[in-house]
Design a protein around this ligand. Structure first.
Ligand code: 9MR
Length: 348
């Protein structure tokens, strides 16, 4: 009898721990970029997501090209579906992205040389969009990729060309007016490895803070590569944390091969993945989480988000025309050594 009860308790706790996911091991939210339409079709991926994570970012459906596709009309349906998913599955919803040079609707080119019209559209868009999701979207990438791909310069986007650097301040102010409680981010890539780009980003943040612009978060996309030195990443996160802003690792993945940052610009160095490479990737994931926990104070840990969590659906292979293995689940939806590494990084 005693034996049976012990056996039952053991089985019960095994089945409970089998249900645990990364979110249960972390002090901060862990998320992934998703498409609600994708998850409607692929319920296996959806169910794993719900077990592992407690935060979502739309990989595309909350971008300007999706919401403001037609001039003069906002279609909030794709964002509503993200909200419904977040509510149903108890996920934090992170908004990506309000103002960006990419994924803008085609009609925007009609007003790109008219600063007054562009500013007035940006204001209306942000006010209506952020206002509609007040209290539902926890934080926003208000400005995405304000800096050049490489080095210390501002990206000459339509926003920059029409409104100058001030466009970043305006976007943040409009977002704050619409939802004073939302965490408002600027977000960029390669800032963890390109120190000149990092320093220009930090200069921008200093300027915004000195002008009392309501910025509250700094996003490091963290599309990493195996050979980016940990010391460089640690330096970047430390400098980022010194701003006092919330720090989001917003689009994490780790590739083996390289690319030149342009679509289709992949360079295939490794055709196959070996057990040694998988183990090394596990260690890299572990290191990244450890560095984040070490240098970002708890009160500034906004969380870690994967840009897709499985090698089956990662954007990397299609975008760069590469064969790579950047994520924590393999193409058969099994956890990789990267998964165990990430978990070890959380101290579990
Ligand atoms: O993964 C996204 C891909 O499906 C889109 O075609 C692309 C353009 O909208 O954006 C990709 O996501 C990007 C994100 O929005 C910003 N940082 C880089 C991401 C990967 O390119």
């Amino acid at each position: 009898m005693k034996h049976n009860i012990l056996l039952l308790i053991t089985l019960f706790s095994i089945s409970l721990s089998a249900q645990k996911g990364l979110k249960d091991y972390a002090d901060f939210p862990i998320g992934s970029a998703i498409s609600t339409w994708g998850y409607n079709r692929d319920t296996v991926s959806r169910d794993i997501h719900v077990r592992e994570f407690n935060s979502i970012t739309a990989n595309n459906q909350m971008k300007m090209a999706s919401i403001a596709r037609e001039k003069g009309v906002y279609n909030f349906d794709p964002a509503d579906q993200m909200v419904a998913f977040a509510e149903k599955y108890n996920q934090r919803l992170f908004g990506h992205a309000l103002v960006w040079h990419s994924s803008t609707p085609a009609w925007l080119s009609e007003i790109e040389n008219n600063p007054v019209a562009l500013d007035s559209f940006m204001r209306d868009y942000i006010h209506k969009y952020v206002g509609r999701y007040k209290g539902k979207v926890d934080g926003w990438d208000v400005v995405n990729e304000a800096m050049n791909t490489a080095g210390p310069g501002w990206r000459e986007t339509i926003w920059y060309k029409a409104l100058g650097k001030e466009y970043v301040a305006k976007a943040l102010r409009y977002a704050h007016e619409a939802d004073p409680d939302a965490v408002l981010f600027v977000n960029d890539f390669n800032t963890e490895r390109d120190t000149a780009k990092l320093h220009e980003t930090l200069r921008m943040i200093k300027w915004l803070q000195s002008e009392k612009v309501p910025i509250s978060g700094l996003g490091f996309q963290m599309h990493l590569r195996m050979d980016i030195p940990n010391e460089t990443i640690e330096y970047a996160l430390k400098k980022g944390a010194e701003t006092g802003l919330m720090i989001h690792l917003s689009e994490v993945d780790i590739i083996f091969n390289t690319h030149d940052d342009t679509q289709g610009g992949g360079k295939q160095l490794y055709d196959d993945i070996t057990p040694e490479m998988l183990a090394a990737q596990g260690k890299k994931y572990e290191d990244i989480v450890r560095i984040y926990r070490k240098v970002v104070p708890k009160s500034q840990q906004y969380g870690i988000t994967f840009w897709g969590y499985s090698d089956r659906s990662s954007w990397i292979n299609g975008f760069f025309k590469l064969k790579d293995w950047p994520t924590i689940y393999d193409a058969n939806m099994q956890p990789k050594p990267a998964y165990e590494g990430f978990k070890r990084g959380l101290g579990k």
